[in-house]
Design a protein around this ligand. Structure first.
Ligand code: V47
Length: 389
């Protein structure tokens, strides 16, 4: 079944296929691939929500987490041409900047990024989330210097930086070339605290070939997160849904993450902290003719992810992609966490072209959470409550 296929939703109808799944969830049993397909396909949104909420409440009660953070997308120059991406721009070696559409390419200088970090600290941020395109010219030194200077100037900021794809890019641009472990060790020594979950997309060879064939695939992504966990560096995981993947491929993606998490938890050094399902935004990408997920698909995906990933502590709504309103509803469909105050986000924007300033204030986040019947708790990147006097 195609994930983007229209499904007539009749909320209110109970789905007998969910009955055996309910028994397993109540007993705390692990769900199978077939269970996952049933969850992602059901029209019975209310039973799905009830089950996802049950798991969410077992772990977190009515607590809903958010953080004060700042995203920095340091460049949109990228050597890749992923079809789902509207962010990348090419940097033509002979003629300088050659933007491929009406938005120009850019790269922030070290000083600009440090300035943003200082503003973030002044605004109360506890985390800086730094990711960008695979820049064809910046040397590996730029990234280690960046981490070192960020830590020196803003020691209180947690540096969550570089997707697995960027880490592999660094292994290739370092001179002499470095292994994943060497790159991660160098970045950690310079100040890196954790890895974000981006770049996972959908772990499937067909989808990889169709949508992001020149990008590092599943094995590279897992290699980076395995090494990170081995080194005691926590990380996150994502799933980009609602493009060309099928429901079965989404479920397989989640099960691969679950298996990896089993291994990381058994080794007890570090593990995935949260899953962030990312709702595909087609606008301006090479897949702009696709409709993207509907709200019900978003809700089902967040809830089904909560149920499938029994060994993940958190499921996070990234309101930039799921919208603040749907993220609020999702707090009763398995989600326990919001990212975050954000402020600027350049990779995607749900509506309109203008500025990429995309911010939610703490008051706005807390109001959404309270209205959803939750107790908002500010957390740091490691999910420790932040106490402010
Ligand atoms: O890696 C790119 C995805 C990711 C589109 O770890 C798109 O805490 C939707 O990973 N439509 C970056 N998604 C975002 C990300 C993230 C966000 C928030 C928190 C965390 C975390 C991680 O966005 C990319 C890619 O998978 N993406 N283009 C698009 N058109």
């Amino acid at each position: 079944m195609s994930a983007t296929m229209e499904q007539a939703i009749a909320p209110g109808a109970t789905d007998p296929a969910l009955e055996p799944i309910r028994d397993k969830v109540l007993a705390g049993e692990r769900l199978t691939h077939a269970d996952g397909v049933a969850l992602f396909s059901t029209r019975d949104l209310f039973t799905l929500g009830e089950l996802a909420n049950l798991v969410r409440e077992r772990r977190h009660g009515r607590t809903a987490y958010y953080n004060i953070n700042r995203h920095v997308n340091y460049t949109n120059f990228c050597v890749l041409r992923c079809k789902f991406c509207s962010f990348y721009r090419s940097l033509d070696g002979r003629s300088g900047l050659t933007p491929v559409s009406n938005t120009a390419g850019y790269e922030y200088s070290l000083d600009e990024i440090l300035g943003i970090a200082e503003q973030a600290v002044a605004a109360g941020a506890t985390e800086l989330h730094v990711v960008g395109g695979l820049h064809p010219r910046l040397p590996f030194d730029f990234y280690t210097t960046l981490c070192r200077e960020l830590k020196r100037r803003c020691p209180q900021l947690h540096i969550k930086a570089f997707t697995a794809i960027e880490i592999i890019h660094f292994t290739r641009i370092a001179r002499p070339r470095m292994s994943i472990r060497e790159v991660l060790t160098a970045l950690r020594e310079a100040g890196l605290d954790s890895l974000p979950g981006g770049g996972a997309e959908i772990f499937d060879d067909r989808v990889h070939a169709e949508v992001f064939k020149s990008k590092v695939g599943e094995s590279g992504w897992f290699d980076v997160h395995r090494e990170a966990h081995e080194l005691g560096i926590p990380s996150n995981a994502t799933m980009l849904y609602g493009h060309v993947e099928t429901i079965a491929e989404r479920v397989t993606h989640l099960i691969k993450l679950r298996e990896h998490q089993d291994e990381s938890l058994a080794r007890r050094k570090a593990a995935f902290q949260t899953l962030i399902p990312l709702s595909f935004i087609p606008d301006d990408s090479a897949l702009a003719d696709l409709p993207g997920p509907t709200g019900l698909d978003d809700l089902r995906t967040l809830a089904a992810s909560r149920l499938m990933l029994d060994n993940f502590a958190h499921v996070k709504a990234f309101w930039i992609m799921q919208t603040p309103k749907l993220s609020q509803v999702a707090l009763n469909w398995g989600v326990d966490d919001f990212d975050g105050t954000v402020v600027w986000y350049d990779i995607t924007k749900r509506e309109g072209h203008g500025t990429t300033r995309q911010e939610m204030t703490v008051d706005q986040i807390r109001r959404l959470m309270r209205e959803a019947g939750c107790a908002p708790v500010e957390r740091d990147t490691l999910y420790r409550p932040v106490v402010r006097s």
